[in-house]
Design a protein around this ligand. Structure first.
Ligand code: ARG
Length: 486
């Protein structure tokens, strides 16, 4: 993973020293044409330029240009010498960008024109031939797809790490008993391992969604040119192969205007963050001293500047909060696309910042959560004590009576009476004597007390997908093996 992928892009400053060579272009009205007689105002320039943020796709832009140039040379549209010059020039530009020497200029609008103009400065006419048979419209669509493909792969790696952590913790806590809740009321005992594996399932589906999204995004738009294709004898399949795409976009109008893949990426991200947010909500609740099920490692928490006793679960709270911005980016993209006629419109330039922020937020969140979930300290006693309250084994008593021949609805009624009695006495069902229990139904025998224990309850739920420690152990082990073997 290169630093440029992880670090937020460096915003260029408008006070940056101008590059005299690039200013020649700027002085000639704009970079794109000699046809315009008056320059745009500084405000309009800033309003329309994207280089501040799309320079993040510089490496993808270079890769796309090199593949395009190689194809142009192959089909004889440019010479072998031109290609060699372009490759040489691009190598210099790559170094300049990686070392931070590259002079980005807002006068050159976006990443594509900045790189192209620098290429012309470095190698002359061959640089001017690069843009033959393509447009920034198919160029930018290609760059975003390449960029997003890489991000998707990074997210998959992080998702796998998080799932391994969850599975390992599930194995550690396969027989740690906690209350399972419905309506945030104690419902039935479950194992903490089982609870963690529920999140592992959610994140597995997230992985599938990203894989599905990747399959559709991995198509090459280049060759669509501005919108209609090009009259040069291009070989799109060749470019697709060079860039690792699975094929080419089949309609040029669609190729330059489609942003479905970005929307799908944001949708998959929003669903993933919704899962993270639910987990966060639980972590926050569990860490509340009133509940006290877990403690997060200090490095994920902060104190209060005024209340010395506080240790706040900042990371899960922030993750819950950041889910909002990821949702926002999805809605922004859907809205961005909904009114656009075919084909490319400048609106599309607005797709990037939200997309970048989505990928950054998801990657950072997953990385932090894998580490954080590994370091949680579990307070088994509090979990157990909470499970022992609230008549968590009431269903077990009803099921016991059903097995003795009582219809379930009648059994439900009998247990409701027993619970009422316990509430009055202020005790749990398991604290009633056999004689007391038999007063509710004579079918109750000496074997009942085993049924009413927390262990009896979880052990009894022993089928695929249920909470019995043996099942949780098997499921966790199988998941670890599956994920470790890739
Ligand atoms: N910066 C533009 C974008 O992000 C590149 C494509 C511009 N094409 C054009 N015809 N203005 O979408």
């Amino acid at each position: 993973m290169t630093a440029s992928l992880i670090a937020p892009y460096n915003r260029i400053t408008m006070t940056q020293k101008p590059n005299p060579a690039q200013d020649q272009f700027a002085n000639k009205a704009q970079a794109w044409s000699a046809r315009f007689s008056e320059p745009v105002s500084d405000l309009v320039k800033r309003y329309t330029a994207s280089v501040e943020f799309d320079q993040r796709m510089a490496m993808q832009d270079i890769a796309g240009s090199l593949a395009h140039a190689e194809m142009l040379a192959h089909v004889g549209v440019i010479s072998a010498k031109d290609l060699a010059d372009i490759e040489r020039g691009m190598a210099v530009i790559k170094d300049e960008i990686e070392s931070g020497q590259f002079q980005w200029s807002i006068d050159l609008e976006d990443v594509h024109l900045n790189i192209e103009k620098r290429l012309v400065e470095l190698i002359g006419d061959a640089g001017k031939r690069l843009h033959t048979g393509r447009s920034r419209n198919d160029q930018v669509a290609t760059d975003i797809r390449l960029w997003l493909r890489e991000q998707t792969d990074l997210i998959q790696e992080q998702l796998t790490k998080l799932r391994i952590t969850l599975a390992e913790q599930a194995l550690n806590h396969a027989d740690t008993i906690m209350p399972g809740f419905t309506h945030l009321q104690v419902a039935q005992p479950v194992t903490f391992g089982h609870h963690l594996l529920a999140y592992a399932e959610m994140f597995a589906r997230d992985g599938q969604r990203f894989a599905d999204c990747r399959a559709r995004l991995n198509r090459l738009p280049l060759g669509a040119a501005a919108l209609a294709g090009t009259s040069y004898p291009i070989d799109r399949e060749r470019v697709a192969r060079t860039l690792g795409f699975d094929g080419v976009c089949q309609n040029s109008l669609d190729a330059v205007s489609d942003r479905d893949f970005a929307i799908e990426f944001c949708a998959a991200s929003a669903i993933l963050m919704m899962h993270v947010s639910r987990l966060s909500e639980e972590l926050v609740l569990w860490m509340s001293p009133k509940i006290g099920f877990i403690t997060l490692a200090d490095r994920f928490c902060t104190g209060s500047s005024i209340m010395p006793q506080k240790k706040n679960p900042d990371v899960p709270e922030l993750a819950r909060g950041k889910t909002g911005r990821v949702n926002g980016h999805l809605i922004a993209l859907l809205t961005l696309m909904k009114g656009q006629p075919l084909a490319y419109n400048k609106d599309n330039q607005e797709d990037k910042e939200g997309l970048f922020d989505t990928a950054d937020t998801v990657r950072d969140t997953l990385t932090i959560f894998a580490d954080m979930m590994q370091g949680i300290a579990v307070n088994k006693e509090s979990m157990r004590a909470a499970a022992a309250q609230g008549f968590a084994t009431a269903t077990d008593l009803a099921d016991y009576l059903v097995k003795k021949g009582l219809p379930f609805r009648d059994a439900h009624e009998v247990v409701a009476h027993a619970v009422l009695t316990c509430e009055k006495k202020g005790c749990d069902l398991s604290a009633l004597t056999l004689t007391e229990l038999q007063a509710f139904d004579s079918r109750i025998g000496a074997d009942i007390h085993e049924v009413l224990t927390l262990e009896g309850s979880v052990n009894a739920r022993n089928h695929v997908g249920a909470t019995a420690p043996a099942r949780v152990k098997d499921a966790a082990k199988a998941l670890i093996n599956q994920l470790r073997s890739g």
